[in-house]
Ligand binder design. Sequence first.
Ligand SMILES: [Zn+2]
Length: 294
Amino acid sequence: MIYTENFTGVKDFQGISLRGIARDIALNLLTTRNTLLGLEEALKKPRIQFLFIHHVFDDEIEKFERLLKELAKNHTFISHSEAVRRLLLGDIDKPYISWSSDDGFKNNLKAAEILERYGANCCFFLNPVSIGVKDDYWVKEFCSERLRMPPIEFMNWNDVHELQKRGHEIGSHTVNHTNIIDMSSTEVHDDLVECKAILEKKCGPILHFAYPYGRFFDFNKTAFDLVFRVGYDSCSTAERGCHISTSAPIHKNELFIRRDQVIAAWKLGHIMHFIAQSAKKADLRSNFIPDEYT
Ligand SMILES: [Zn+2]
C-alpha cells in the first residue's frame, strides 16, 4: 500500500473546488487589511481557543512549526483537561490555546514533536477500530468512506502509549467514526460506552469526547446529554468559535466546546485570520449548545 505522505495527495484526492479558489482569493484580500480591521488586537483577548488538526504531512511540517512560533508570541498553550477546567471555573485571565487532533493518523507523531518544542501538548481523539490496522483494503475504504481522505497510515497502540508518555492526552471519537445522527439513541449510548471502555483498557481514564464530522447538524441534544451520562467530562464540536469567561461557573454538562480547524498547509496569514476572527467574535453563547438543539 502506498500511503499518502503529502498534503498535495489529499488535494489530488479531494479535487480542486471552485469554492476553495474563491475563498483563497477573498482571504488574500482580507488578510492584507488585517491590521486595519483590528484582528491583531483580537489575538490579545483573554480567551480559550481550541485549535484542532487532522494531520501534519511531510510538506506541512515547516508551516506547522511557523504557525506554532507565531502563536507562541502571545498565547499560552494548555492541555485539553486544563482548558476544560479553566472554562468551567471561568478562570480565563489571558489568551490560551489548547490543541487537539482527530482521527489518529500516524503523521500526528510529527505534529506532537513540533508541539512539544513549543511546550504544547495535544488531545488525540481516536477511533479504536482504526488503531494499528494494516489491512490495505480496509484502510483505503475507511479513509475514503468515513474520513473523505486518500489512504493514510494510522497510529498503532505503541504510538498511542508513546504519546501518553510524552504528556499528551487521549480522547474518544466514537468506535467507528460513524455519524451520530445516523444512529438510534441506544446505539449512541452503546458506542460512547464501548469506545470509552476500549480506550480505557489500553490508556487509562478517558474523559474527553469529540464527535465525528463535528458540525452542529451532525449531533443533537440527546447525544450531548448521553456523553455526560456515560461519564465523559467534555464534549467537543468542530464548529468555529472560541471561549470567554462567564460570570458564574459552568457545570460540565452544559459546556459545548467549539474548535477551530487548522490545516497547516494553508497560508499562515489565512490561518491567523480564522483564529483572530473567532477571537473577535467570541461570545458567551459559544459555551453552550446552540439554539436549534432546544
Ligand atoms: Zn473525525
